[in-house]
Design a protein around this ligand. Structure first.
Ligand code: MGP
Length: 217
């Protein structure tokens, strides 16, 4: 009995992406750029559905992987908009090989830039902000600091939805701040709004609902 996922088509068979990768290598680069200065990542989309009879990790499922812009749009057009998911669900987009959890070795020293939304923003802004977040990731919008990015998560919650970009090293002040400034700008958030960065170690051990901010932009 699999958790019901957001896909309207069956999850593709494991292995089918290896073939695609060879023939499509390089197509995430804008045209005209010299060939890869560094290998650009393949991405994995995960879905979380809250089922209280299971552990948190068992509620997390890999949906699909892609490594081209075309395959990103194919994926995006096949899944539910985040605003249509039920409360308690998450999407996560992570670099292939990094699991979207604090425990992964690439996440455990890291943290997240957290955008907490008011309830009414689900209808007005949530899908736009999440799509912009996805495009920041796959477009490697943070220059050389893009390698610090592990992924992004959207939490659909009755108390207010959340979107976050996860990075791998909370002590990398320069990288974290660069990513935060670019991200806030790309989302078009007002300069009056402050977003905070929290280390996963603090989030995982917090006693109340708010972990302290290591950085703000
Ligand atoms: P949440 O889903 O990130 O936020 O964490 P939510 O539901 O808004 O709750 P709040 O505490 O932020 O207000 C909810 C719970 O899911 C956590 O308290 C953990 O029990 C579990 N959880 C979340 N994450 C991201 C992880 C993770 O990476 N690893 C493990 N083991 N549990 C997690």
């Amino acid at each position: 009995s699999r958790a019901r996922g957001p896909l309207t088509t069956p999850t593709p068979m494991p292995g089918m992406y290896l073939e695609l990768r060879e023939s499509w290598e390089g197509s995430l680069l804008p045209p005209g750029l010299p060939s890869t200065p560094h290998p650009h990542p393949r991405w994995a989309l995960w879905f979380f559905k809250n089922d209280r009879s299971r552990t948190w990790q068992d509620n997390l499922r890999l949906v699909t992987k892609f490594d081209t812009v075309e395959d990103f749009w194919a994926m995006y057009s096949h899944i539910q908009l985040a605003s249509k998911l039920s409360s308690g669900c998450d999407y996560a987009l992570f670099k292939d090989g990094i699991e979207p959890m604090w425990e992964d070795s690439r996440n455990k020293r890291g943290g997240r830039w957290l955008v907490s939304l008011a309830k009414q923003q689900r209808h007005s802004e949530l899908d736009r902000l999440w799509l912009e977040t996805l495009l920041c990731l796959i477009g490697e919008s943070f220059e050389e600091h893009s390698r610090e990015v592990c992924g992004a998560v959207i939490n659909i919650r009755t108390k207010g939805d959340k979107i976050a970009v996860w990075t791998r090293e909370a002590e990398n002040q320069e990288g974290v701040l660069h990513i935060g400034r670019v991200y806030k700008e790309r989302l078009g958030l007002s300069t009056k709004i402050v977003i905070g960065y929290q280390a996963h170690a603090d989030t995982a051990t917090k006693s109340n609902s708010l972990a302290k901010n290591k950085f703000v932009v």
